[in-house]
Design a binder for this molecule. Structure first.
Ligand SMILES: Cc1cc2nc3c(=O)[nH]c(=O)nc-3n(C[C@H](O)[C@H](O)[C@H](O)COP(=O)(O)OP(=O)(O)OC[C@H]3O[C@@H](n4cnc5c(N)ncnc54)[C@H](O)[C@@H]3O)c2cc1C
Length: 377
């Protein structure tokens, strides 16, 4: 017979979103347990905008590199984006994941290692069924990633899922360098891109699940033509694109579980923190008033903050997906170098506006028919 563990709030998943929400709730004296299936923390590229500093104290030991420059390839064309002030940072990602879990524990949350396999909604409470124990609470949070079991149990349909691939490499005859390269090439992905981050000694890519092995092989063999590298430690995760409904009876979804991710880059760390703050306020009010209607306001709240940006970024990705490779190259040949004093890495409308203003008028006129062709057809 499994033990029953009680708490006010049950969070499933101690990734960025679950750990941060656990920390916020416990800091507000709300009794919370976090159920996590893995002792290890997730590895991703760890690139985040400076907004991260609005949410949590990040000391230098968690920062690998401050980013002032990226080289973006579209086929064989490339241009640099540079900024006087750093526009993003690379986190020491594993340490950051551990740091968030520790912050949650230090503020009073309890992390229990178990895997949730089912959910039972009762009259006055909700019960999560784990492999080891059962957990009862007033509300459950599915912060359990792109393949969320909580989302499935609530009958909420899945966002579109893509493959996020990472591997580390050893590069012969090269001193450590600080470059970040982003490669757009339809042989790697029709919709997304691949990258090389030298500070992480990392190659990565987001690609369609169909034919993903071929896409990864294409990318790695292209990299090997230019660099003498040995690939090691491959990691595969799912990445969601497009948002889903984010609440149900006595439950909410947070982070990758409901697609709170930037469609342009696949980045979800900062969005998770933004949405966790909203979730904390809603959960607090729900527990005080015990009124189910309050849960719905969570979705309105986070959509007000990031909904328009997700919408715009999806449109840009749709546009890119429909562009033929020759048209992409035609457009990007016009971009030589983009230099800004500073910009917000999370706000693509801001970046698009800056690119528009920096492109000479005669080039804009020349490219106008292409934009009409893709936007109108
Ligand atoms: C290759 C790659 C590169 C990326 N690079 C970046 C980047 O540079 N910048 C950025 O901002 N974002 C990046 N992301 C996205 C980022 O990893 C996520 O958006 C972010 O970590 C938020 O995740 P989360 O906490 O919602 O989910 P996750 O990080 O997936 O955490 C979910 C947690 O739930 C646990 N779990 C799952 N199921 C269960 C279960 N049934 N029971 C108990 N526990 C469970 C998992 O073990 C995990 O710890 C990248 C993603 C990938 C795949």
């Amino acid at each position: 017979m499994k033990d029953v563990k009680n708490s006010k709030v049950i969070i499933v998943g101690a990734g960025v979103s679950g750990s941060y929400l656990g920390y916020l709730l416990a800091s507000n004296d709300i009794n919370v347990i976090i159920i996590e299936k893995s002792k290890d923390v997730k590895k991703d590229s760890g690139i985040v905008s400076n907004r991260i500093f609005n949410f949590i104290k990040i000391d230098d030991s968690l920062i690998k590199q401050k980013i002032k420059r990226m080289k973006i390839y579209f086929g064989d064309n490339a241009f640099n984006i540079t900024s006087k002030k750093p526009f993003a940072i690379i986190l020491n990602r594993k340490n950051f994941g551990r740091y968030l879990r520790k912050k949650a524990i230090d503020s009073g949350a309890k992390i229990i290692f178990d895997e949730i396999v089912g959910l039972r909604i009762r009259n006055k409470e909700i019960e999560a069924i784990g492999i080891k124990n059962r957990y009862r609470g007033k509300l459950i949070v599915g912060a359990d990633g792109a393949n969320s079991i909580i989302r499935k149990c609530l009958g909420i349909s899945s966002p579109k899922l893509y493959l996020g691939f990472l591997c580390n490499y050893i590069e012969k005859n090269k001193n450590r360098n600080e470059n970040i390269f982003v490669f757009h090439n339809k042989r790697y992905s029709k919709r997304f891109f691949a990258w090389k981050i030298e500070a992480n000694k990392e190659l990565g890519m987001i690609t369609e699940l169909v034919d993903c092995k071929k896409s990864i092989d294409n990318f790695i063999s292209d990299i090997k033509k230019e660099n003498e590298i040995i690939v090691k430690e491959r990691h595969y995760h799912l990445i969601p694109f497009g948002t889903t409904k984010s609440y149900g009876s006595k439950s909410i979804l947070l982070g990758d579980a409901c697609g709170q991710v930037k469609p342009l880059t696949g980045g979800g760390i900062v969005y998770s923190l933004i949405c966790a703050k909203g979730a904390m306020k809603v959960i607090k009010e729900f527990l005080e008033k015990n009124d189910e209607k309050i849960i719905k306001s969570y979705e309105d709240m986070w959509k007000r903050e990031i909904g328009h940006e997700i919408w715009f970024q999806e449109k840009l990705r749709d546009f890119y997906e429909r562009l033929a490779q020759r048209d992409i190259e035609k457009i990007t040949r016009k971009i030589k170098e983009l230099h800004f004093n500073e910009f917000d890495y999370d706000i693509s409308i801001d970046i698009a506006k800056k690119i528009f203003l920096q492109t000479p008028k005669k080039d804009l006129i020349e490219l106008a028919p292409l934009f009409f062709k893709y936007f109108l057809c």
